[in-house]
Design a protein around this ligand. Structure first.
Ligand code: PAF
Length: 283
């Protein structure tokens, strides 16, 4: 695996290597990330992963400084997974001058759910993803980018950005990797204490129950969502939201028929101690 840091090195490493399939990450890799790499290897002629902890997508009180950085282990995992190129820009490589231009995603999609509780998060994500796409795809005439469904809203925001800017990138989604008890794999799971880890699957269980009850259509959705919030809070969590949305636009189901028939997704974010986890379930 070739490791490169600058845009120029990356572009030179990509020259003549065919269509890239790209997996952007912030490192601290777990089997969920590696499943994205595996998919990328199937989809592209050359598999590129990036590791960059993007300051722009963290709020001042969030965990940018303490975000787990596990460089040696990450490199080994990517090598073992058959990644061809690791792009690991330093801050000055990606943002050589203060990044004063930003990509402002559609507020209808980006200011709800995660965006409501992490204002500016998707602006930070879009700005870095646009820059990473420019790094990987500008000289290759496009390619594939692989994202996990665990960050469901991020996937949708990026998809819409690609569509709106007519970027030559095919965005491919991969299902969430889960631990045996159902907990969605996440770098932030490492913050959980042993006792918290035992309770952490409650988030996915509550979402499953919310999805099941919502589909039956017999109780108003707002009531079910409030009940789910209450249930999670009773287990010691502090939920930000638990909500059922239409898959195509993340708006609440348009009517009773949409609730019982349309492709929907139940999304949730909640804090267990100081660790904030997200999860979702399509149904
Ligand atoms: O999902 C992530 O790890 C990050 O949001 C991403 C897409 C790498 C952008 O920093």
């Amino acid at each position: 695996m070739q490791i490169v840091h600058t845009l120029a090195e990356l572009r030179s490493a990509l020259t003549g290597r065919g269509r890239p399939a790209f997996v952007p990450t912030m490192g601290n890799l777990h089997p969920g990330h590696l499943s994205l790499v595996e998919r990328a290897r199937e989809l592209g002629e050359i598999c590129v992963a990036s590791i960059f902890v993007n300051r722009l997508q963290f709020l001042p009180h969030e965990d940018f400084d303490s975000y787990p950085r596990t460089w040696e282990a990450d490199c080994q995992k990517l090598r073992d997974a058959g990644c061809h190129i690791l792009f690991a820009p330093r801050e000055q490589d990606l943002y050589p001058e203060p990044q004063t231009y930003r990509i402002q995603p559609d507020p209808a999609l980006a200011d709800i759910l995660e965006g409501e509780f992490r204002p500016g998060f998707f602006t930070g994500v879009c700005t870095v993803v646009m820059k990473l796409f420019s790094a990987v795809f500008a000289t290759t005439g496009g390619g594939v980018a692989v994202f996990g469904k665990k960050d469901y809203q991020q996937l949708m925001v990026v998809r819409r950005m690609v569509q709106q800017f007519a970027l030559p990138v095919e965005v491919v989604a991969v299902d969430t990797a889960r631990a045996e008890d159902g907990l969605a794999l996440s770098s932030r799971n490492g913050y959980l204490s042993e006792a918290q880890r035992q309770q952490a699957m409650a988030l996915s269980l509550v979402l499953q129950e919310l999805a099941r009850a919502a589909r039956s259509g017999s109780v108003p959705l707002a009531e079910l969502e409030a009940r789910a919030m209450h249930e999670l809070a009773a287990k010691g969590w502090e939920p930000d939201y638990l909500s059922v949305r239409q898959r195509h636009d993340l708006c609440p189901p348009a009517d009773a028929q949409a609730l019982t028939e349309a492709p929907l997704v139940a999304l949730g974010a909640a804090r267990l101690g100081s660790t904030r986890l997200i999860d979702n379930l399509e149904f």
